[in-house]
Ligand binder design. Structure first.
Ligand SMILES: C[C@H](N)C(=O)N[C@@H](Cc1c[nH]cn1)C(=O)O
Ligand SMILES: [Zn+2]
Ligand SMILES: [Zn+2]
Length: 474
């Protein structure tokens, strides 16, 4: 094994890697928009073709259909798998990633076209660049580097790539369960690179929060009404809904739904110590966001509230008047979208019951004739790993060899819905090995991946494959 040779190869092919990322970012694979479903299907095909070009053994799994909130049925994108090597004397790793993206439009405030990868000062701007197209490509390029140099892959490498992660990984849990004794039968370790560092220091991620995503619909009169003609005489759905949303959380971020905070696991001394060791500059975090103040002052409080306590966010209201101008309407039906990031020991079915019961009780107190319907549309569980697992020891070694530093051990506030499914169904160890930067702007305007992280990240992955092959050998 010659890491320097791999590093040199990766350095000298970086322009090709950027061009491939440009091609991938150009595909508007937005999984939340039914009108973009063909683009998403095309993205899955491009992924499959890439694996075929590399002479991988590929497969494409049909995972059925998706029913949209309006009742429309559309096909789910296939899940693509690929295998490189099947030497029973070697360990087998399975790399999970996704090639769907969050929505992005120029009008949202992007400085460059979101689907036209644009390099400015070493940063590659484009929707999905960091989440999760560059990390998936970095894994592909790491395998390609071994192949090009005629170096034996130190482990068998499998890929499982999906196209619905951003909307909760629809259909993937079932596929993983069905493939437990087939695709996953020889898998020893699972690797996910769908998150970012916390600072400029490389990191290994040992936990993610789950997500329970709710729609709360309030329906009133049969159509929108003139607020001058009808205002004062009708119960307005929007007023009911805003009143209801105001009962969810107080101004200091305390969730008011009974049972939520009570379920949260106690902070252990061991965990508290992990937080102390982490490099994190509160002032820099605040400035990067561009806010005048944060809810907490200390590093430990901020990190723990991002990672190990639940949070509730209100995302939007469908049916509300939101255009420019001053339309004087009373909307007849409005639907609020909010989600609760959940943590150990919370559980989606319990959260669903707690939220539904609470909102129905609060609504009943309003004595309104309008109708409330609460639906949980995503119930993704949190995930937590044991940092003493050999996968993490291998991760530290690989980071040392590529970056020359000890990585931070961090958690991710976002959700990777299948992480817990992989753990529960396969019983195998999982590591999250991020290469995204702390300021990549995932899901936001001007998402980017730095060229440095993309290229050094590819080297990290190449090194990591070797380190995993050394597990149980010393
Ligand atoms: C962390 C990952 N890159 C990500 O962005 N995941 C999404 C998944 C999700 C959860 N609910 C709906 N989608 C996220 O955390 O928002
Ligand atoms: Zn992602
Ligand atoms: Zn995402």
């Amino acid at each position: 094994f010659n890491l320097d040779e791999l590093k040199n190869y990766i350095d000298s092919h970086q322009e090709d890697y950027v061009l491939t990322l440009r091609d991938w970012v150009a595909v508007e694979s937005d999984s939340s928009d039914a009108l973009k479903r063909d683009e998403l299907m095309r993205m899955m095909k491009i992924t499959e073709n890439k694996f075929n070009d590399m002479k991988g053994h590929t497969n494409r799994f049909d995972i059925g259909n998706q029913e949209l909130p309006n009742g429309q049925i559309i096909p789910l994108p296939v899940v693509v798998t690929a295998s490189f090597g099947n030497d029973s004397n070697k360990a087998t790793v399975c790399i999970y990633g996704h090639v769907d993206v969050q929505p992005a439009r120029m009008e949202d405030g992007w400085d460059t076209e979101p689907y036209n990868l644009t390099e400015i000062n070493g940063n590659l701007y484009g929707r999905g660049a960091s989440d999760n197209k560059a990390p998936v490509l970095a894994w592909i390029h790491a395998v390609e580097a071994y192949q090009a140099l005629d170096m034996d892959l130190p482990v068998n490498v499998k890929f499982i790539i999906e196209g619905m992660e951003e909307t909760g990984s629809n259909g993937l849990d079932e596929l993983i369960s069905k493939q437990k004794d087939d695709f996953f039968s020889d898998v020893d370790y699972i690797i996910i690179s769908d998150c970012g560092w916390l600072s400029r220091k490389p990191a290994l991620t040992y936990g993610t929060r789950g997500n329970c995503y709710f729609f709360a619909e309030v329906e009133g009169p049969k159509q929108d009404l003139h607020s001058g003609v009808y205002g004062g005489s009708v119960f307005e759905p929007m007023i009911d809904l805003i009143g209801l949303l105001d009962t969810l959380i107080d101004s200091s971020g305390h969730i008011l739904i009974p049972g939520i905070n009570e379920a949260v696991a106690e902070l252990t001394e061991e965990e508290r110590k992990l937080y102390e060791a982490i490099e994190f500059d509160v002032e820099n975090f605040k400035n990067k966001i561009g806010t005048n103040g944060l809810m907490y002052d200390t590093k430990e409080e901020i990190l723990s509230h991002r990672w190990r306590y639940p949070s509730l966010s209100i995302h939007g209201i469908e049916g509300a008047f939101s255009a420019s101008g001053s339309k004087t309407v009373i909307p007849a039906k409005v639907t609020a979208k909010f989600s609760i990031r959940q943590v150990p020991d919370m559980d989606p079915p319990t959260v669903e019951k707690q939220v539904t019961t609470y909102l129905n009780d609060m609504f009943a107190k309003r004595n309104t004739p309008n109708k409330l319907k609460v639906t949980m549309i995503i119930g993704a569980k949190p995930w937590l790993a044991d940092v003493s697992d050999p996968l993490y020891v291998a991760g530290r070694r690989a980071v040392q060899k590529v970056f020359g530093v000890e990585p931070d051990l961090i958690r991710e506030g976002g959700t990777i819905p299948v992480a817990r499914t992989f753990q529960d169904v396969t019983g195998k160890s999982i590591i999250m090995l991020p290469i995204g930067g702390f300021d990549d702007g995932l899901h936001s305007q001007n998402e980017k991946m730095s060229r440095y992280n993309y290229i050094e990240g590819t080297k990290l992955f190449a090194a990591y494959l070797h380190e995993v092959s050394q597990i149980n050998k010393s």
